[in-house]
Design a protein around this ligand. Structure first.
Ligand code: BG6
Length: 488
């Protein structure tokens, strides 16, 4: 690379996974069912139809609860990280990873979410995991809730629409801080909190079919979201009180929009999208709903039930840093209905002729990452952490090797842009690539959609040795970390 490295000293280079996509062992040691355990394998969904990728109907929930099948419910088996984490951490240590983002499966500690005391086996597992990370000098970055809420709360409480769920989440969070606070300093509350409208079942346990109209479902989701905001602030409060030097971040999906043309109407549409996308972090950073959102809710007769004190809780317990996932950018245009679309698990967008697309139709936009970093830093003035980024590809294992130069190329271009963002005055303290070891995909539950530097020998139906194999990108990323981004 021509540029010198502007990454700060001690920059946390690493990777990220989530419990529900990696651990497997879905029914072991007393674990309860989570929303992830009823997510089906969906290989044939139209790549631009992200709603169907994530959707689970009431009938499908019912059916899933009757079976212990792990073939068509791949998150139930994951990559067996639950039993193989030592081997995986050893490889990550070899790569030089400074940080690993993992999540805690709420149902491993509280099978239904309603219990007052956690399951000891669940506590023991995470203590072992975090100790092992510390032993290997890998800093844990832990998400409390990553698309894996207890299914029981969906079936018996209407998910996060119920206020009681806030208390249950707080109980769960306090147990995490009490038992794991000794090992874990960096915490995230809700993964991609802005995805409540994109896939409400997975995030807030809202089954849209239960509501008489779209409008009622929308109001229910806003109510559920409000509860997550309050729960996030309370978790932040307790983390700060219970753990010395705890740092808590919000986590949003950065879905950067560009106007298609200089037509001011296109510019306005893109601005509106970006502003809506900021709403969630605005609440968690500034501690209050922005005026544009208060107005939207009022104009649409959406009344959020708040308890006395909610506003103060939001205001008092704001986050210490902003984290986000970044996969792609999108285009806004007044004419978008008539234009060709591309996919993503998050958004469907007009095709951008300047960008390449991944095997899954996602628009690859490294410069968009720099734009996002600058935008977010300018808006929030808080340190940033990129906690997800990467490319889902079909990898081929030939003679025990995976030559994934396309992945190296993807990361190189993104890291160059991160470096430039640092040069341009953005305060950024870490980066975790998504799925640093291959895991089951979130949206379609495919194993063949691989993001890792480490290949896992398993196919979509769970066949394979589950051996871990270093891809070419493994050695490349190791060099990047060793040189703090100077050698890309
Ligand atoms: C993010 C999620 O939306 O995208 C991850 O936080 C997910 O859980 C990632 O895995 C990539 O999406 P997918 O569907 O390709 O796994």
């Amino acid at each position: 690379m021509a540029e010198k490295s502007y990454f700060p000293k001690g920059f946390l280079w690493g990777g990220a996974i989530a419990a529900n996509q990696a651990e497997g062992a879905w029914d072991k040691d007393g674990k309860g069912m989570s929303v992830a355990d009823v997510a089906m394998y969906k290989p044939n969904i139209d790549k631009s139809d992200y709603v169907s990728q994530w959707h689970v109907s009431p009938e499908q929930i019912e059916e899933a609860m009757q079976t212990d099948d792990t073939v068509y419910y791949p998150k139930r088996r994951g990559i067996d990280f639950y039993h193989r984490y030592e081997e995986d951490l050893a490889l990550m240590e070899e790569m030089g990873m400074k940080v690993l983002r993992v999540s805690i499966a709420w149902t491993r500690l509280f099978p239904t979410g309603t219990e007052e005391e956690p399951i000891q086996a669940g506590i023991d597992y995470y203590v072992r995991l975090f100790k092992e990370m510390r032993k290997r000098k890998i800093e844990p970055l832990v998400t409390l809730s990553h698309y894996e809420m207890p299914l029981y709360l969906v079936n018996h409480y209407d998910g996060w629409v119920s206020r009681e769920v806030v208390d249950m989440f707080v109980t769960y969070s306090k147990v995490c801080f009490e038992h794991f606070g000794e090992y874990v300093k960096y915490w995230l509350t809700f993964n991609e909190i802005d995805s409540v409208f994109r896939h409400p079942f997975t995030t807030v346990g809202v089954v849209e079919e239960k509501y008489a109209s779209k409008k009622e479902a929308e109001a229910a989701i806003y109510q559920a979201l409000h509860h997550q905001f309050v729960a996030s602030s309370l978790a932040t409060k307790y983390a700060h009180e219970m753990i010395e030097n705890a740092q808590v971040g919000c986590m949003l999906t950065k879905t950067l929009a560009y106007p298609l043309t200089s037509n001011p109407e296109d510019v306005l549409l893109a601005q509106r999208h970006n502003r809506d996308n900021s709403f969630y972090a605005d609440v968690q950073v500034f501690g209050e709903y922005p005026l544009f959102m208060k107005r939207y809710l009022a104009e649409n007769d959406i009344i959020i039930d708040k308890l006395a004190g909610d506003d103060e809780i939001l205001k008092q317990h704001t986050v210490d840093f902003v984290s986000f996932s970044y996969y792609m950018s999108m285009i806004k245009s007044v004419n978008e209905d008539k234009m060709e679309k591309v996919g993503g698990n998050l958004i469907t967008s007009v095709k951008n002729p300047y960008l390449d697309i991944s095997d899954w139709g996602w628009q690859v936009d490294p410069v968009g990452l720099r734009i996002s970093l600058i935008d977010l830093y300018d808006r929030y003035h808080l340190p940033l952490f990129v906690v997800e980024n990467g490319i889902g590809s079909i990898d081929e294992l030939v003679d025990g090797k995976v030559h994934d130069e396309y992945r190296i190329d993807y990361f190189r271009k993104h890291f160059e842009q991160m470096n430039l963002a640092c040069k341009e005055g953005v305060e950024m303290f870490g980066y975790t690539s998504w799925g640093c070891i291959d895991i089951v995909s979130a949206s379609t539950s495919q194993m063949s959609k691989r993001y890792g530097f480490i290949y896992v020998d398993a196919d979509d139906l769970g066949n394979g040795s589950y051996d871990r194999i270093k891809k070419d990108s493994f050695y490349w990323y190791k060099k990047v970390i060793e040189t703090n981004g100077a050698q890309l």
